[in-house]
Design a binder for this molecule. Structure first.
Ligand code: GRF
Length: 201
């Protein structure tokens, strides 16, 4: 069966990438195949996870490519015939040239229930620090399409997670990853790949 070619963008530990790799192996993701892992950080552990699973990697940083950053990203995606892009803990900003070219084909996992605790400056532990500071009793994760507005695209999936009285940002982050991110990102990736492949029929 024909599958969508997926590129996963990472900047850190890559536990969401690992969840995607495992989901492809278990058949949760069957309409797409991870063909490339791209990072803006040469030391991202997500690159090690990719190599351990014989997945091609590339490091493309704005520092190195400056104004040609988007062009370089597009070049490597076209070289690998990439159809769908999954941002899994990716911290570089993608400009409008890029998001327009891949309109409705880029998805992102954000560790809160958008529209809470999202947008400029809300990433990684900062999201959970803000949730605990506000005193919310429920948080969670969101998968959404990516457009030119940070965390602004149409929501695809969300999953709520209980906030517990003695949570630290680290404990809450871990619970949201385990109970939400690693579940809804593979599910959403399968949904978007399936939709894309059907649109090509
Ligand atoms: C995750 O919490 C994700 O929601 C956020 O950054 C973190 C990345 O974790 N965008 P990992 O690199 O997938 O382990």
């Amino acid at each position: 069966m024909l599958k969508a070619n997926i590129a996963v963008f990472v900047s850190g530990g890559g536990t969401n990438l690992q969840a995607l790799i495992d989901a492809e192996k278990s058949g949760i993701i069957k309409s797409g195949e991870i063909k490339l892992v791209v990072s803006n950080k040469v030391d991202a552990y997500g690159l090690v996870r990719a190599k351990d699973n014989n997945i091609k990697t590339a490091v493309i940083s704005r520092k190195e490519y400056g104004d040609n950053f988007s062009k370089k990203l597009i070049e490597i995606l076209e070289e690998n015939n990439i159809d769908i892009i999954v941002l899994a803990g990716y911290l570089a900003i993608l400009d409008e040239e890029f998001t327009k070219k891949y309109d409705s084909r880029i998805i992102n996992i954000h560790p809160s229930l958008i529209p809470s605790f999202c947008g400029k400056g809300y990433y990684g532990l900062k999201v959970h620090e803000a949730a605990l500071e506000y005193g919310v009793k429920v948080s969670g994760a969101t998968v959404h399409y990516v457009n030119e507005v940070p965390d602004g695209g149409k929501i695809i999936a969300q999953k709520a997670v209980e906030v517990k009285p003695n949570d630290t940002p680290e404990i809450l982050q871990k619970r949201i990853m385990e109970e939400a991110e690693w579940i809804i990102l593979p599910q959403s990736t399968e949904l978007v790949c399936k939709k894309y492949m059907e649109s090509k029929d």
